[in-house]
Design a protein around this ligand. Sequence first.
Ligand SMILES: Cc1cc2nc3c(=O)[nH]c(=O)nc-3n(C[C@H](O)[C@H](O)[C@H](O)COP(=O)(O)O)c2cc1C
Length: 192
Amino acid sequence: MFLKDKKIGIAYTGSFCTFKKAFDELEKLVETGAKVQTIFSFNSQKINSRFGKSNDFIDRAEKLTKVKPILTIEGSEPIGPKKLLDILVIMPCTGNTMAKLANAITDTPVLMAAKAHLRNQKPLLIAVSTNDALGMSMKNIGLLLNSKNIYFIPFGQDDPENKPNSMVAHLEFLIPSIEKALNGQQIQPIIR
Ligand SMILES: Cc1cc2nc3c(=O)[nH]c(=O)nc-3n(C[C@H](O)[C@H](O)[C@H](O)COP(=O)(O)O)c2cc1C
């Protein structure tokens, strides 16, 4: 299979309502034989919410991948010089992390991983998940869409009636989006 032995980073940021689906997709990714390294933003490591306890998510990531998650900025830094990943996926990616990424801010393990990985001119795939995608975050999404080596998992409005600015990635396209991005292509259509 194409993804077997590919080195794939899966980075979690604080869109907690998306975690269940993101973990389901992580499980499928591990089944392809990919070597998966998870990374957690500081907030995703410490916020417990109605969607679950942060420590349980970290434990589950380690059990699934059999690799200790990266939880610090210094833990992410070697991704650059040691060329540890073929592709990095931020899944889910908050409005907060997109805003920082679009402005070259590097103050979490996930953002350090993105910076280190992009230094190697390798693909970074983003799974948008934010209530303000069609609001304050739209300019950041636009910037990232137009940035070299950055790709998106297809995304769309999840609840236009109640949350008119909200958009989320369709995580079931994780594997085909990775395959395309590894070939330097954006999966289409992006908006669905
Ligand atoms: C229960 C809960 C759910 C949240 N869901 C989202 C979300 O879906 N999308 C988003 O952009 N932010 C969401 N947030 C806010 C982020 O967690 C917050 O902006 C945080 O600073 C993100 O940090 P990070 O991007 O470094 O992980 C949520 C917060 C809480 C407490």
